[in-house]
Design a protein around this ligand. Sequence first.
Ligand code: VGL
Ligand code: ZN
Length: 220
Amino acid sequence: MDSKNPESTDTALLLVDLQNDFMPDGALPAAGGDRVPPVANRLMEHFELVVASQDWHPPDHGSFASNHPEGRVGDVIDLDGLDQILWPDHCVQGTEGAEFVPKLNTDGIDRVFQKGTDPAIDSYSAFFDNGHRKPTGLGDFLQANGIDRLFVAGVATDYCVKYSVLDSCRRLDLDTWVVVDGCAGVENESGDVDRAFAEMRDAGARLVDSGIVELMMSDN
Ligand code: VGL
Ligand code: ZN
């Protein structure tokens, strides 16, 4: 801990789903996703506490089009009472696609929170499933560590980053900063990434570039 910077103890970095399947050659690609791990590696150097989420689905996950006889990727179905977009199979537990990208400095991560493990509900946010039925443990962990300011980077901007940031603002009440050049999106519909950034800003998150974060955190 740096005693000259008391703020350093209340700030953490969250890296969302930096996994092979979300990279440009993966099963559910985020365009430009391969630009994110180097940014994450640089940022990590400046944080005492780094947490990561990992999308971690069983093979029979209800969000996979392959598990619905009539379902096609992109269709919206009802899954246990919630609207669910059908995705290609991705981040299946134990597969290479579910691993963190090799270029990510995983030694810098203090704790990983897995999500999407229940076949009956998806979990975009790193904090809760899509119905806010169950927490992942990330919120309690941050609270136990006295964190009240969270920087967020990762993929996908328009899904898991967005829902993590919205929960961070609205449910956890954290001072939330989104690292814009540390994010990449899926963009099922053109404009989704821009709309996601706007929604995050409207929820109270601040948008910032990684270079500024490094300056803000440069005592660490
Ligand atoms: C994600 C869709 C499905 C994400 C995960 O990490 O943004 N998107 N599962
Ligand atoms: Zn998923």
